[in-house]
Design a protein. Sequence first.
Length: 755
Amino acid sequence: MKPKTPIAIVGMGGVFPGASDLDIFWKNIANKKDAVCNVPEHRWIVRPNAIYDPIPAPDKAYSKRACLIHDFRFDPTGIDIDTKLLDKLDPLCHFVLHAGREAFSSCVTSSLDKERVGVILAAIALPTDASSALTREILGRSFERKLFSGHSPLTPNRSPLTPIHVTSFPAAVLARAFGLGGGSFTLDAACASSLYAVKLACDELHSYRADAMLAGGVSRPECLYTQVGFSQLRALSPSGRCAPFDETADGLVVGEGAGIVVLKRLDDALRDGDTIYGVIRGIGLSNDIRGNLLAPDTEGQVRAMRLAYEASGWSPYDIDYIECHGAGTPVGDATELNSLHTLWRESEPEASATLADARGSKCAIGSVKSMIGHLLTAAGAAGMIKTLLGLKHKILPPSLNFTGAAESSPLAGKNSPFRVQTHTQEWRRRDKNIPLRAAVSSFGFGGINAHLLIEEGHPECKNEIFANANPLKFHFSTPDCAIVGMDAVFGSAGSLREFQEIVFNGGSLIRKRPKNRWKGADDIASEYLMGRGDYGAYMEELSLYAGEFRVPPNEIPDILPQQLLMLKVAAKAMQDAGLPLRKERPRMGVIIGADFDFEATNFHLRWNLYNEVRKWKSAVQRLQGLDDKQTELWLESLRDACGPPLTAARTLGALGGIVASRIAREFRFGGPSFIVSGDAASGMKALEIAVRLLRQNEVETMLVGAIDLAGDVRNIVSRNSMRQFSAKGDMIKPSQTEIASMLWLKAWEMRAAEN
């Protein structure tokens, strides 16, 4: 087998704040258009003024400014999915289908076998409009009935439900829309997610498991949740102005959107006559070993950058432009600048003066977040597409809101090799045979880091194979991988030993659902389930003792149980493997198969009570005499009865993608650490990716797991609407039709896993 071939980017598509397509997106960039706006009244579940407070407080947002997508109307043309179903899909799926269609139609597909085309997307595991609506329907109606002694003055009848898939569905629906059979899954690596998706897609192409891949990211959570959440973390800009690297920077502005690219091996792209927007030369992934979940660390960022340059054979001094993470948070931006300076200093060649003369100026840097806000799991895709459009038009793209660096900033010194690009400027090659070259960085919560190197794809330039690729390192050696440690918790089996005894003795973990498991919403659930879903392998309790993990005891109640359970199981698996805990392991990573936890939507109920109280007052005669003060006091008491407010600890504790990062930080892993979602195949997909990283010699050890607390009433109701649960505690003999359907589904899952 030959060394890694370069990967060509042959198609692009996107929908971003202020831009429904990439032509408008580029015009906005070139014209320095800022997409930030006041949040419209209809976008939050409550009026903005009702939840806004300029003074930081629990459950409040201290800014009403965001970068949101307005007037987007999804056109189903060319999408092979029933239009009735399309209309019911969450808006994030509409973003994905729109961007994916634009990307796939912009490249040559006639030569492709669609069975060898796959999809890997980044999607954040946070509440969406649809998942929050399901919580209103199930828990909200239950709360209302209890409040009015079994009578619902507003919602007496159940509403029709659309099955909810928050995490795994975006990639699956895109593959289904275009008949792509090369496998699909989503991942969440926080703000580095899009570049992680691109890296894993490149691996598929390098190994010849696929001939083309769609990769990128989408972010369209419930925007009130992100606005309040980032306010709690004190990361949101109070001024509503994203100013990366500027002395006035005071935080990030939340954005939304989707960006997707189509990838092919370079030789295939040249054969097909594709437009080559750029050539990927190297991608480095890492996780911070030190610090906490919210504080970035220079050592981890530099490690990701080094890996990218080692893969490409480039020097940092070969780069013309860097699309930085640049979120506008003073600490984050300063850390990123320090990381860049560290790498440049250690890479400074003896002939640095000559190289500086060849460049003619300092290396340009910028951040698209200054224009469209922080798109979370789609942020890397937005930055990459901005850079590729710059390569296409031979223009260095500008960054907004920078007038000068603070005195303490690494940019302030005369010897800094960087300058913020504040205006459009012709992007010239240093030499006619040297292509334009750029880097894209994405650094996320939990210390997840990614650094991508791309260059112009042009016949005049040399786009040869990776200069320093070692074929033995990457391809010739595919050793077997050993499983050296395990642990498990399934239902009432609280350890691997208990599970083993039950399985070997022919026992069963299936039993009647524990009392109060469904938060008192049994009556509402029964209307949908009709006696089904009462049996399963349920857990009774999860216990931790003080000091077991590096989690402050007062924060433990604020963390979703799936994060704590995964920590416990991971620790026991490490002990079973004989690996000392908390020893620094730069080349060990963690991949966890996980699905969305509906518990994250509970805060939505508190906020929606603002609306419900006003409706109840108008519908119930005995409430109509309440004055404004009495109404406010009643509202606050109802909120307290409904659940706790969103705080900093609860914001972090509800982040789905933080499951892997907690493990990485707890046990000091420095390798790639993230979660993957592929529905029931999530755990196997995590294992598959880990094995490939080991065989590619990119890591030495991987911790692989899967977590799903699927017994939540909302999950049960949603899944029952797709395929009914048993009404008893045993397996019911299926009909011939059901057997045929299950065999087809199993065959599809096996094929997806193989691909």
